[in-house]
Design a binder for this molecule. Sequence first.
Ligand SMILES: [Zn+2]
Length: 171
Amino acid sequence: MPFPYYRRLNRADQAIYRASDRIHRIDLPSPERCRGAVAAVATALAAERRADLTLACQELSDELLAQLEIEPVTVRVLAVRPSRDWGELQGLYEPAEDGSDARVSLWMRTAQRKNPVAFKTFLRTLLHELGHHLDYELLELEDSFHTEGFFKRESSLFHQIAGGKTSREGT
Ligand SMILES: [Zn+2]
């Protein structure tokens, strides 16, 4: 069952949506090699050290994309999430343009109370944005839709790199 917005897509986009929806996981050849960077993300986020957090996210992203033989993205971590009428922006993916790498932006604190984002949420947001990159570069889809398949792929990556690691997940 596709999400309701599927019906508003044109035929070409519906075909892309269905292709995305069919793929449920992405297997990393050596997920254990991401664990060090995952731990560094947890530590830097808890300590609210933005420079360290940026480095850790970049390291994790580089490792994960290198394992899949995909072009790297530039990760940046900003202080406070922007809030809009419709809620808070979680993260942002901007595809590569001539001469510049694709870019992922993440926010360290929530807009409302300026609390640090929970580790699990933060890691999922990073994987979500990398998921858009993988849609284009690995799966070679012409667009990157939020399909059930997309969210399953995000979860599959999460469980591979953070599976069994609950002590630092927080709330
Ligand atoms: Zn998204």
